[in-house]
Design a protein around this ligand. Structure first.
Ligand SMILES: *Cc1c(COP(=O)(O)O)cnc(C)c1O
Length: 370
């Protein structure tokens, strides 16, 4: 395997951000301090929801949101299979049963009609993922939730800042989760935030994140079994600084996406991503050639790409779900390829990716054996 010359993603950390983290390191509070409160307040204001709870990862956020909304053993939760595995795993952490629903081929988000088809008397919630930064059809999901008395958790981990009808992703559900892993639009290294308009849910999540302590002044008053899902002051300081320049970050990512679209527009056999409101990844679909062959060819040229997403129901950890009927998910997942996409990618790098991709598309290749 050749060395990676153009990575799939790369961090964008400014000197001011490094300074902000270092000054926390010089302060007396490294956890549960003022940066946590500031970061939570800033995220709540940004999303437009009254409460935010910062946690150690997006996955931890999904786990706490499910717990605090009372989802547990015997409950069914509807999730997409065309997404990151943490979405279904979090449902299993609380002892509930994930039920997969198919996606819409255009938006790659859950298809409301497919969701309705799998609702049973045990369904309690839907995790609606805003895939790759495109908000899902929230009106339809809120309507379904109302008719069937279901909770809605928005997984906005890929969609920070995406706005629909003047409301930002994360402002629609009973709770919404954001994530700050290094490949996301903004990063804290590891981290997440859950927002909710229900203050009791926020209070419970804040306690569960901190070993079940409802009153942080009393170190040994554990009302229920909790977790350590805290986000450190250093991470909160980094998140705050990144959030301060999110408009510039999202604009830069939109520019990179626009440039890719310009360069690849006339390419046959390639479906470009539709407009995103907050660009997480740049994912193309290869309509005529074998995706895995293209991926290895690009790897040989030093270009990293990603198979976003391998369907969850086809993972060994989900053997019991393997027969779920998800034809759109399976068809799309075999074709998708994420191209290098990060704030600091140069125009030369974008052009190099496009010319290598073009060459790979022209190579006569047989269809995939599977
Ligand atoms: C990134 C992401 C998460 C959370 O990931 P963590 O690594 O736990 O922060 C959850 N759901 C989706 C859809 C994601 O893309």
């Amino acid at each position: 395997m050749n060395p990676v010359e153009i990575p799939l993603s790369a961090p964008d950390i400014t000197e001011a951000e490094i300074e902000a983290v270092v000054s926390v390191l010089r302060s007396p509070r490294l956890s549960l301090g003022p940066k946590l409160e500031e970061f939570e307040a800033a995220m709540a204001a940004y999303v437009g929801v009254p409460n935010a709870v910062a946690v150690s990862s997006g996955t931890a956020g999904l786990h706490l949101a499910l717990l605090a909304l009372g989802i547990g053993a015997g409950d069914e939760v509807i999730v997409p299979s065309f997404t990151f595995i943490a979405v279904a795993n979090a449902v299993r952490y609380v002892g509930a049963h994930p039920v997969f629903a198919d996606i819409d081929a255009e938006t790659l988000n859950l298809d409301p009609a497919c969701v309705e088809e799998v609702i049973t008397s045990r369904t309690r919630a839907i995790v609606v993922v805003h895939t790759f930064g495109l908000p899902a059809a929230m009106e339809a999901f809120l309507d379904i939730a109302e008719r069937h008395d279901l909770r809605i958790i928005e997984d906005a981990c890929e969609a920070i800042g995406a706005e629909v009808g003047g409301r930002r992703a994360g402002g629609f559900g009973d709770a919404a989760v954001f994530a700050f892993y290094p490949n996301k639009q903004i990063t804290t290294g590891e981290g997440g935030v859950v927002v909710t308009r229900h203050s009791a849910v926020a209070r419970r999540m804040a306690a569960l994140r901190n070993h079940g302590r409802y009153d942080s002044s009393d170190r040994f008053d554990h009302t229920e079994v909790g977790y350590n899902y805290r986000l450190s002051e250093m991470q909160c300081a980094l998140g705050l600084e990144q959030l301060r320049r999110i408009d510039a970050i999202l604009a830069r990512r939109a520019d990179v996406a626009r440039r890719y679209c310009e360069l690849l527009r006339d390419e046959q056999g390639l479906a470009l991503p539709g407009q995103r409101l907050s660009w997480f990844l740049f994912v193309v679909r290869l309509l005529r050639v074998n995706r895995d062959r293209v991926q290895s060819r690009l790897a040989e040229a030093g270009i990293a790409t990603g198979r976003y997403f391998a369907p969850i129901h086809r993972q060994p950890a989900y053997a019991a779900w393997r027969d779920a009927k998800l034809p759109v998910t399976e068809a799309i997942a075999a074709q998708t390829l994420a191209l290098p996409f990060f704030n600091r990618i140069t125009d030369d790098q974008i052009r190099r990716v496009c010319s290598e991709l073009r060459a790979a598309l022209q190579e006569p290749v047989r269809p995939s054996p599977d």
